[in-house]
Unconditional design. Structure first.
Length: 318
């Protein structure tokens, strides 16, 4: 039986990936900073909490990483741990850099030290590209991050690339564009919109207070994206590398808002408030992606459009 260790199992992607690997027959170990204290609500919601071997693991602490790897001897490690909010990274830049960049380095260094044939997936991000204007970013597009989060993800990306070249480790970074689901917390804009709209539809007298709604993103469906992570680690070592994962379609945030409110028979323009304090010091105006390498190499394609994502998220709440 293949053994997989998911670092950051309590988050949206960790939970869906655990579900996928269990279905594929893996023995799944789930790492979380304090496994005794965490309630693992996402795992409970998917009904898989009791099927996962939960372990306390702080990827910022090399001793903790090394001991865990030597004890479990996993075939595959998925690094989904660390700060995930771009907005919060402006408030907590040091924690962001440490949890993402130092955390990834600790994992790579422990894999190298263990001399085990472990395959490694690293959660990268389209935030690394920064603003590419109308250009659809692919694996050759230079990074110009515009947030502490993007800077930290870019550093982790280069660490992975270096360990792959220098030590022939089977290591890949998935450069994932935005991907959403009912497990998204309200800190992210899609769930904030869906949760507020659903409350209004049920009679709440609130407004939806947002920051910059003139942005555009490539929004996909998280359960689709965890399949791409797994596929990267099933490649021959020559194809271990970096992959842009996205739908290839960009939508305005206003279109997402409209899709959600219209599905609830509401006119969104009546309920929106703009709060300048929610604007980020620097933001990405539009994100465009070209995921053709993933299609060609992994035979992976996004199945859900932005409209499908909006519908599924609303249905899960109503
Ligand atoms: C690829 C990338 O994807 C995600 O990062 P994100 O794109 O920052 O996601 P978000 O949902 O926080 O913001 C999207 C956009 O929406 C704008 N926006 C307006 N008004 C509000 C608002 O009220 N809240 C929030 N959160 N955003 C707002 C905000 O300014 C930004 O332009 C993470 O998964 C990350 O881990 C990741 O890697």
């Amino acid at each position: 039986m293949n053994k997989a260790l998911i670092c950051g199992v309590s988050g949206q992607d960790g939970a869906y990936l655990a579900q996928l690997l269990l279905k594929k027959g893996y023995d799944v170990y789930g790492g979380s900073r304090d496994a005794q204290m965490s309630s693992f609500t996402n795992l409970v919601r998917l009904g898989i909490k009791n099927d996962i071997r939960l372990v306390s693991l702080s990827i910022n602490d090399f001793r903790s990483v090394l001991q865990t790897i030597l004890r479990i001897k996993p075939d595959e490690i998925y690094n989904l741990a660390g700060q995930s909010s771009v907005g919060l990274s402006f408030e907590q830049p040091v924690e962001t850099l440490e949890s993402i960049s130092v955390g990834t380095l600790n994992l790579l260094e422990a894999i190298r030290f263990s001399e085990l044939p472990i395959r490694f997936y690293n959660a990268g991000s389209s935030e690394c590209f920064g603003d590419t204007g109308q250009l659809a970013a692919d694996e050759t597009t230079p990074f110009r991050p515009r947030s502490p989060y993007g800077v930290a993800k870019a550093a982790a990306y280069w660490q992975v690339a270096n360990y792959r070249e220098a030590y022939q480790i089977h290591a890949s970074t998935g450069i994932l564009f935005n991907h959403e689901s009912p497990l998204r917390p309200e800190r992210f804009v899609t769930q904030k919109i869906v949760a507020t709209a659903c409350r209004i539809a049920k009679g709440s007298k609130e407004t939806l207070t947002l920051g910059n709604i003139d942005i555009a993103r490539d929004w996909g469906w998280a359960p689709d994206y965890v399949e791409a992570m797994w596929l990267m680690l099933q490649q021959d070592i020559v194809n271990a590398g970096d992959y842009v994962i996205a739908t290839g379609k960009t939508n305005k945030l206003k279109d997402f808002i409209e899709a959600v409110f219209t599905s609830l028979d509401l006119n969104w323009e009546q309920y929106i408030d703009i709060d300048q304090s929610l604007f980020r010091p620097t933001d990405i105006a539009e994100g465009h992606a070209n995921p053709v390498k993933a299609k060609r190499q992994l035979n992976w394609e996004a199945r859900y459009s932005m409209q499908d994502v909006a519908r599924e998220m609303v249905e899960a709440r109503m």
